[in-house]
Design a binder for this molecule. Structure first.
Ligand code: 5GP
Ligand code: MN
Length: 365
């Protein structure tokens, strides 16, 4: 038995919205990670099982190591398939957002989404990031939000929602493709169950997904043992040549210019996981990783004329929040131990900002 974490009235509203929709669009956040892909594709597969027409739209490309996921190749990528994506959005009866609740997190796709919202379309938001009132999708009759900030992954919330709808409506179990997508998101957002993963019910859900046929070892291999040699070399370069340690603050810091990334034939997703590596060092509790990137066409509105942006990722352990610094210094946010932000400007500026600010936000003990 899984505890009902979503209010019954909310589950009823979601089920009613799904039943009355025929065409559904599912959106997830920029630079999609395993949980973004898992929650959106898991939702897609389940909606297909309910006989719906479903289109997932991602703001930009997903990494190669997630391309095997069931349905991934059917995603529309907003940056390169804008007309088709706009047409899907315009035709949708219902929009479902997974793994984000702030329209700006999906760039100009968010502007398009909000046009549809203003035109009265129903929106369901399923997420595990804190809601900031002035940034999130506004409250309205046509909006249903399931935002559980304490949940380790959006995929787990999608699982819970489907489970509760099944109890309510007596539906068949979810199919294997749905289960595989949701398992992938749960696995990646907990670092293969190594953080935010200390409660028994998570393993009841995993047990259920495995019972439905998920091959968890195969999923692990597909995601974590499929790096290109260049990506491994990039990691080695970061650790050997680029990592700075500030022992007093238990902090490690790595940054990469575009020139360095090119040297390793960088592709979207290759930097994933680098920020976690320094936490394996004894007495390092904070890690910050920055990489220089160009501004995507879908972000021009945010960039204030800058053509360059710096993507910032931070990780920490225990009671040492990094989301406060990401929010206040880098206009971002996230979870206590895993957050990020962006700097629209040069890499040296972003590095300076970090160096000037980390002692104010990080603890010495
Ligand atoms: P990553 O470091 O893997 O890119 O992001 C880790 C987490 O930080 C994400 O799950 C998301 O919660 C948050 N995050 C990353 N970038 C941003 C950002 O630009 N804005 C906000 N609000 N959150 C971010
Ligand atoms: Mn997530």
């Amino acid at each position: 038995m899984i505890t009902d974490k979503i209010e019954k009235s909310v589950v009823e509203r979601v089920w009613a919205a799904v039943q009355s929709a025929q065409r559904i669009v599912v959106l997830t956040h920029m630079s999609p990670d395993g949980d973004a892909m898992g929650s959106s594709l898991g939702m897609r597969q389940w909606l297909l099982q309910q006989g719906k027409q479903v289109q997932v739209i991602v703001p930009n490309a997903f990494p190669d190591f997630l391309a095997w996921m069931p349905g991934a190749k059917e995603d529309l990528i907003y940056e390169t398939q804008r007309d088709q994506a706009d047409a899907s959005l315009a035709q949708a009866d219902l929009i479902i957002c997974t793994d984000f609740n702030e329209p700006y997190r999906i760039g100009s796709l968010g502007t398009k989404m909000m046009e549809q919202y203003k035109a009265g379309k129903s929106v369901i938001v399923i997420d595990h990031h804190l809601m900031v009132a002035e940034k999130t999708v506004p409250e309205a009759e046509q909006v249903i939000k399931i935002v559980l900030a304490e949940s380790p992954s959006a995929s787990e919330i999608v699982y819970r929602l489907i489970y509760q709808i099944q109890q309510l409506a007596g539906l068949d179990a979810m199919n294997l493709d749905t289960a595989t997508c949701l398992y992938t998101g749960m696995m990646t957002d907990t670092g293969n169950f190594s953080f935010n993963s200390n409660y028994p019910e998570m393993y009841e859900i995993v047990g259920d997904l495995v019972r439905l046929g998920v091959n968890k070892d195969a999923v692990y291999n597909a995601v974590f043992n499929s790096y290109k040699a260049d990506r491994m070399r990039l990691m080695g370069y970061c650790l050997y040549s680029k990592m700075r340690i500030f022992p007093e603050y238990h902090t490690a810091f790595i940054y990469l210019s575009r020139k360095e990334l090119y040297r390793f034939h960088f592709q979207s997703g290759d930097a994933e996981g680098i920020v976690n590596l320094p936490l394996q060092i004894k007495d390092i509790y904070y890690s910050c990783f920055m990489r220089e990137d160009k501004v995507n066409p879908s972000e021009v509105e945010l960039a204030n004329g800058s053509k360059i942006k710096v993507k910032i990722s931070m990780r920490s352990q225990g009671d040492r929040p990094v989301n406060v610094m990401c929010h206040e210094v880098f206009n971002g946010g996230g979870h206590k131990n895993a957050s990020g932000g962006e700097h629209y400007g040069s890499l040296p500026e972003a590095v300076e900002k970090f160096l000037a600010n980390y002692p104010k936000y990080f603890k010495k003990d």
